[in-house]
Design a protein around this ligand. Structure first.
Ligand code: GTP
Ligand code: MG
Length: 416
C-alpha cells in the first residue's frame, strides 16, 4: 500500500546506492563468515590428528568468528541518518512529514517538538514508540495520541524518543533512512550535548530556515559547533514557508536572491563545508506544508485545498531537494559506514591468511624433518645391509678356506 507517486522509479532511487552496497557488503561478510567457520572446523580436525596446530592458533582463529559475526550485526543495523535543525516553528516536523508523505510527527500550535524524535522503519504491522533506555513498546494510534504521549512523559529536551513506523508504509524508511527531528535550536543552552548525543553519526543535516526572515545567529551558531566536531558535514538549507512569497510577487526574485547569497556565504565562507557551486545544489525554496497537503490529498486522505500561486514550482523544487538529498545521504553513508567495515574485513582476511601461511610453513618444515629422518634411517639400513653382505661374503670365504684347508689336511693325512 505504498503511495502511487512514490512507487514510480523505485529502482532508480539514489537511495539504492546504499541499499545495494549494504546487500553486497553483507554477502561478502557472509562468505568470509563461512570461510572462517570452515577454517575452524578444519583446525579442530587437524588438531585431533597431529600436533601441528597449537591451541593458541585455534583460539585466534575462533576469535575471527566472533569478530565477523559482530561486524554483520552492526552492518544489519547500519542506516542513513538525517537530522533536522532550525528555530522553533520553522517547519522541521512539517518537512519530515512531507518527505514521509504522512502526518507522522506532531506539528503546529501546541505540538512543539520538546525532545528528540527519531523516526525509523519497523517490520511490525503497527507503529510503536520506545523511550530512551527502555525496550518497552508503546502503541501509537494517531499523531494526536503521539503528541499527548510525548507531553505526558515530561521528557528532557535532549532525550530521544524513537518512533518505529511500518516500513511498508514509506519507501524512505524501507530503504533505511532514519529521520531525527529536534526541538528549536533557540530554546536550549545545551547545543553541545545535543550534538554529542544525536549528531555525530548523522550523514546529512538539514537546516530548516524561515524564508520570511533571515538566517539567525542561533541557527548559524549551531552549525558552527557541528562543523568543529565533524569534518565537512553535509548541510542542506531549506528556506521553508516560501508560499508566503506568493503574496508579494514583486519582491520574489529579489528576496530569493538575497536569501540565496547569504546561505551560500554561510556554507562556503563561514563554515567552509563546500564550494560555491556545491552550495547551489544545497539551498532550496520550498513549502513543506503545501507538499504535505498535496501528498495527503494524492493518497485520498484529505480533500485537495486550493492551490496558492507558484505551488507547482515549489513542489518541483521540493522534489529536486529530495533527489539531491537522497544522492548525498546515500553516497555519504556508504563511505562513512562501509569504508570502516571493508577495512576491518580486509584486516581479518589478511590476518587469517597470515596465520594459515605460518601454519603451512610449520607443516612443511615438519614434513621435511620427517623425510630427512627417514632418509637417515634408510641410509643406516643400507649401510648395515652392505656391512652384512661384506661380512657374510668374508665369512663365506673364510669358511671356504677353512673347508679347503681341512680337506687338504685330511687328504694329506690320508696319503701319509
Ligand atoms: P517546533 O517543533 O515547535 O520547533 O516547530 P517545527 O519547526 O517542527 O514546525 P512545525 O512543523 O510544527 O510547523 C509550525 C507551523 O508552521 C505549523 O502550523 C505548520 O503548519 C506551519 N508550516 C510549516 N511549514 C509551512 C509552510 O511551508 N508554509 C506555511 N504557510 N506554514 C507552514
Ligand atoms: Mg517540531
Amino acid at each position: 500500500n505504498l503511495p502511487i507517486a512514490a512507487t514510480n522509479g523505485i529502482d532508480n532511487s539514489p537511495l539504492q546506492i546504499f541499499v545495494k552496497a549494504k546487500k553486497k557488503i553483507n554477502d561478502i561478510f557472509g562468505e568470509i563468515e563461512d570461510y572462517v567457520k570452515d577454517t575452524v572446523d578444519y583446525m579442530h580436525e587437524v588438531q585431533k590428528e597431529d600436533h601441528i596446530v597449537s591451541q593458541e592458533i585455534v583460539r585466534q582463529i575462533e576469535e575471527f568468528v566472533h569478530k565477523v559475526h559482530s561486524i554483520r550485526e552492526v552492518l544489519a543495523r547500519d542506516h542513513m541518518k538525517v537530522a533536522f535543525f532550525g528555530r522553533t516553528s520553522n517547519g522541521k516536523s512539517s518537512v519530515i512529514n512531507a518527505m514521509l508523505r504522512d502526518k507522522i510527527l506532531p506539528s503546529g500550535i501546541g505540538h512543539t517538538t520538546n525532545c528528540f524524535l527519531q523516526v525509523e522503519g519497523s517490520t511490525t504491522e503497527d507503529p510503536y514508540l520506545t523511550l530512551e533506555g527502555s525496550n518497552e513498546q508503546r502503541a501509537v494510534e494517531s499523531v494526536g495520541q503521539l503528541a499527548h504521549a510525548l507531553c505526558e512523559e515530561k521528557l528532557s529536551e535532549s532525550e530521544m524518543v524513537r518512533v518505529h513506523w511500518p516500513k511498508n508504509r514509506c519507501l524512505l524508511l524501507r530503504d533505511d533512512v532514519v529521520f531525527v527531528d529536534s526541538p528549536g535550536v533557540d530554546v536550549t543552552p545545551n547545543l553541545d550535548e545535543w550534538i554529542d548525543k544525536h549528531c555525530l553519526d548523522a550523514d546529512v543535516f538539514v537546516l530548516v530556515a524561515n524564508a520570511e526572515s533571515t538566517l539567525m545567529v542561533t541557527e548559524k551558531n549551531f552549525f558552527h559547533k557541528v562543523s568543529t566536531k565533524l569534518s565537512k558535514p553535509n548541510i542542506f538549507i531549506l528556506n521553508n514557508r516560501w508560499d508566503a512569497s506568493a503574496s508579494e510577487p514583486e519582491y520574489l526574485d529579489q528576496v530569493r536572491r538575497q536569501h540565496q547569497e547569504r546561505a551560500i556565504d554561510f556554507l562556503v565562507k563561514e563554515l567552509g563545508v563546500c564550494t560555491p557551486k556545491e552550495a547551489e545544489e544545497r539551498i532550496f525554496f520550498i513549502s513543506a506544508k503545501e507538499v504535505l497537503q498535496a501528498r495527503l490529498a494524492e493518497q485520498g486522505h484529505t480533500a485537495l485545498t486550493p492551490l496558492t500561486d507558484g505551488f507547482q514550482t515549489r513542489y518541483f523544487e521540493f522534489q529536486d531537494f529530495e533527489r539531491k538529498f537522497e544522492e548525498c545521504i546515500s553516497k555519504s553513508a556508504v563511505k562513512t559506514k562501509f569504508e570502516q567495515h571493508s577495512q576491518r574485513g580486509k584486516f581479518i582476511a589478511n590476518n587469517l591468511k597470515e596465520l594459515l601461511e605460518d601454519l603451512y610453513n610449520e607443516a612443511s618444515k615438519l614434513k621435511e624433518e620427517k623425510l630427512y629422518q627417514r632418509k637417515e634411517l634408510t641410509d643406516k639400513i643400507n649401510y648395515t645391509e652392505q656391512q652384512l653382505m661384506i661380512i657374510t661374503q668374508e665369512m663365506k670365504k673364510k669358511i671356504q678356506n677353512m673347508v679347503e684347508d681341512v680337506e687338504q689336511r685330511v687328504s694329506k693325512a690320508l696319503t701319509e
